[in-house]
Design a protein around this ligand. Structure first.
Ligand code: ADP
Ligand code: MG
Length: 550
């Protein structure tokens, strides 16, 4: 079973530790990075989606290569948050098997005296947050002039969080001959700049998104009005017997609202956001990890770095800000070989944002209907039946034999069991406990599902109808037959395309636009988007043969 790991050239010690952790085969990024770090002398830039095992990709080689107790720190790993520092040090510790390497997390918020004591005892690998590491460097309690490795983990997040100056400050005080490794889910230009400035002989390893986000995660969206979202959420939780999910909201207020309404309806839910103390946060995460609570409502920032296995669902209660965070959010499910579902709620006006996310994140999100109460109840009934069968199979019911004999005197077996079911489940099986969810329809969609576009390119710039078609095809994944009624005038043109494609084109054009007006906009009035004969007229040169309606 461990063949693939063995083939990477790992020691028996590591193989045993991996199998104890239940890792069966290396993830793609591990398969690519581990041999380089074991056998070659490169600086490495590695890019792969969240949840793909980047920690072990560098952690395993560290354990194989470093010799304990050299009298100085051999590896410094920088992470953006305390949470991640802890997670990385725990992951490496759990991989080290019998190795005597000492690995610890050093971050702000921890007692600095306690950190001094640990440092004095001798540390081989330090996982730290930039601020606290600089603190120690300024106090001369830590120095990094004999490093074998310096690793930036979640490099993109570190830059997003404004740690660039801190990181450079630290880098400047390290020895030049160390290896530098950079791990990140995305590779913005600023990261490449850092690597050019500080890395020597570099190898870049990329694992493509497509391999990762989509395959194990079923992606669904529901159209629902803002005020029905909560009801929809309850239905989704109820229809899944073993629901274990993370619910994303945009603001702290939403997080508090949703979680307290869930608690009111007796779900085991908790909230996580920036106003929650570190102490509370750890308690909440512990409960969630041990499944004492099975619903965690969080903001993007608060959820950063949470590492929970086996989530059945990630729910975007509100749409993420951008495609990147969509990928980031849903990367929490469908991990490590387990199937997961990502659900996104969109209100009618958000449809175009969703189209944009799909396009950029290169993923398919399919539309589904919110489960109906009768379907949920049918599933609940099935679950009750199978739970009861299990009790009988396992002979767990015998303490109730006397009671059942007494009960059977009250009526036929059917009567008694029915009464029992009513007593135990009448609330749970009551259809009317679900409120109605209104059907929503998208605004701004033409009757025929098409949109008339205004394109700021025309004959004067030598654009022909064919050029307009090519231009639209290239921009928006369109085919020839999806582009209709192309009309080219001196300064501008019109074309009609399917609504969804139009929304995408409009979003892209808006994003790319440098001037006051994007190149593609919605045609302004009904004369350019309405019935066919009218749509042939540009709004600036209306012909007298088509007088304006009064
Ligand atoms: P990343 O840093 O890429 O976001 P992590 O290193 O945090 O991902 O790993 C995500 C989860 O996957 C961790 O819980 C880790 O223990 C687990 N994991 C890593 N590699 C494997 C593997 N080869 N097989 C199974 N699980 C793995
Ligand atoms: Mg990571």
């Amino acid at each position: 079973m461990m063949e693939k790991f063995k083939n990477l050239g790992l020691s028996e010690n590591i193989l045993a530790a991996l199998s104890k952790k239940g890792f069966e085969e290396p993830s793609p990024i591990q398969e690519k990075v581990i041999p380089i770090l074991l056998n070659e002398a490169y600086d490495v830039i590695a890019q792969a989606q969240t949840g793909t095992g980047k920690t072990a990709a560098f952690g395993i080689p560290l354990i194989e290569k470093l010799i304990p107790n050299q009298g100085h720190v051999q590896t410094l790993i920088l992470t953006p948050t305390r949470e991640l520092a802890l997670q990385v040090s725990e992951e490496i510790n759990s991989l080290k098997g019998k190795s005597k390497l000492s690995i610890t997390a050093i971050y702000g918020g921890q007692s600095i005296d306690e950190q001094f004591r640990r440092i004095k005892r001798g540390l081989d690998i330090i996982v730290g947050t930039p601020g606290r590491i600089i603190d120690h460097m300024t106090r001369n309690t830590l120095s990094f002039d004999k490093l074998s490795y310096l690793i930036l983990d979640e490099a993109d997040e570190m830059l997003n969080m404004g740690f660039i100056d801190d990181i450079e400050k630290i880098l400047q005080q390290t020895n030049k001959d160390k290896k530098m490794l950079l791990f990140s889910a995305t590779m913005p230009k600023r990261i490449i700049d850092i690597s050019k400035k500080y890395m020597q002989l570099t190898k870049t390893i990329t694992v493509k998104k497509e391999q990762l986000t989509t395959s194990l995660t079923d992606q669904i969206y529901f159209e629902v009005s803002e005020r029905d979202k909560f009801e929809a959420l309850c239905r989704i939780i109820d229809i899944e017997p073993e629901f274990y999910g993370l619910i994303f909201c945009r603001t702290k207020v939403d997080v508090d609202n949703v979680s307290s309404k869930l608690v009111d309806r007796s779900y085991a839910a908790e909230a996580l956001h920036g106003d929650i103390s570190q102490f509370q946060r750890e308690r909440i995460l512990r409960k969630f990890k041990s499944k004492q609570t099975n619903v965690l409502v969080a903001t993007d920032v608060a959820a950063r770095g949470i590492d929970v296995q086996n989530l059945t669902h990630v729910i975007n209660y509100s749409l993420p800000q951008d495609p990147e965070s969509y990928v980031h959010r849903i990367g929490r499910t469908g991990r490590a070989g387990k199937q997961g579902t990502a659900i996104t709620f969109i209100t009618p006006s958000e449809y175009k944002k969703l189209v944009f996310i799909q396009h950029i994140a290169k993923t398919d999100i399919r539309k589904e209907k919110i489960p109906e109460p009768k379907d949920i109840i049918a599933i609940k009934k099935e679950n009750i039946l199978s739970a009861i069968s299990k009790i009988i199979e396992n002979n767990e019911h015998t303490t109730y034999t006397k009671m059942s004999i007494d009960l059977l005197e009250k009526g036929t077996p059917e009567d008694v069991i029915s009464a029992l079911l009513k007593h135990a489940f009448s609330d749970e099986l009551n259809e009317s406990s679900y409120s109605k969810i209104a059907q929503v329809t998208r605004s701004r969609i033409n009757d025929d599902g098409k949109t008339r576009l205004f394109i700021a390119k025309g004959r004067k710039k030598n654009f022909t109808a064919r050029d307009i078609v090519e231009f639209l095809k290239e921009k928006g994944d369109l085919t020839d037959h999806e582009i209709n009624e192309v009309r080219v005038f001196d300064e501008f043109s019109f074309a009609t395309v399917p609504f969804e494609k139009a929304e995408l084109l409009l979003a892209l054009a808006k994003k790319e636009s440098k001037g006051p007006r994007p190149i593609i906009t919605k045609a302004r009035d009904k004369n350019s988007s309405g019935n066919k004969s009218e749509s042939r007229r540009p709004h600036s040169s209306r012909s007298p043969r088509f007088p304006r309606k009064r």
